[in-house]
Design a protein around this ligand. Structure first.
Ligand code: DQA
Length: 150
């Protein structure tokens, strides 16, 4: 089973970006750890990160028929982009919305997500570990992980 891990704007800056909010783990380190979890779960992960919204939309379109589901951290586009949700629903892509920070405990403008209503689930507030928790939940929801798999 293939799973896309799609990251939006400024997430390439993880590690140096507001470490008091997002921690000091880099995106490369998150991806490398997810690779290990993916191996454990028997899934193949396809990683990408975008600072241009149109490119992320096209990447979502290209998921059609290629991956079984996706982890999506859309960064600030979470709070602004109906177009991203339309792309995800347009190709019927099952996805888990991921955030390092607890967006509901932050500024009011971060408390609304345009993606949430289309997501299988949401994991937010566990720092870099949000991605691992989301991957385990997504694979389980897609029926890919054997019962009892950690
Ligand atoms: C974020 C939360 C967003 O509000 C913010 O714009 C980000 C990162 C998170 O992972 O906590 O870029 O998605």
């Amino acid at each position: 089973m293939r799973i896309a891990v799609l990251n939006g704007p400024n997430l390439n800056l993880l590690g140096i970006r507001e470490p008091e909010i997002y921690g000091t783990t880099t995106l490369a380190e998150i991806e490398s750890h997810l690779e290990e979890v993916g191996t454990e779960l028997g899934v193949t992960l396809l990683f990408s990160q975008f600072n241009e919204e149109g490119r992320m939309i096209e990447a979502i379109h290209n998921c059609r028929g290629v991956v079984a589901g996706a982890l999506v951290n859309a960064g600030a586009w979470t709070h602004t982009s109906l177009a991203l949700r339309d792309a995800l629903t347009g190709v019927s892509l099952p996805f888990v919305e991921v955030h390092l920070s607890n967006i509901h405990a932050r500024e009011p403008e971060r408390r609304h997500s345009w993606l949430a209503s289309a997501a299988l689930g949401i994991v937010a507030g566990f720092g870099a570990e949000s991605y691992e928790l989301a991957l385990r939940g997504l694979v389980r929801a897609l029926g890919g992980a054997p019962t009892g798999a950690r």
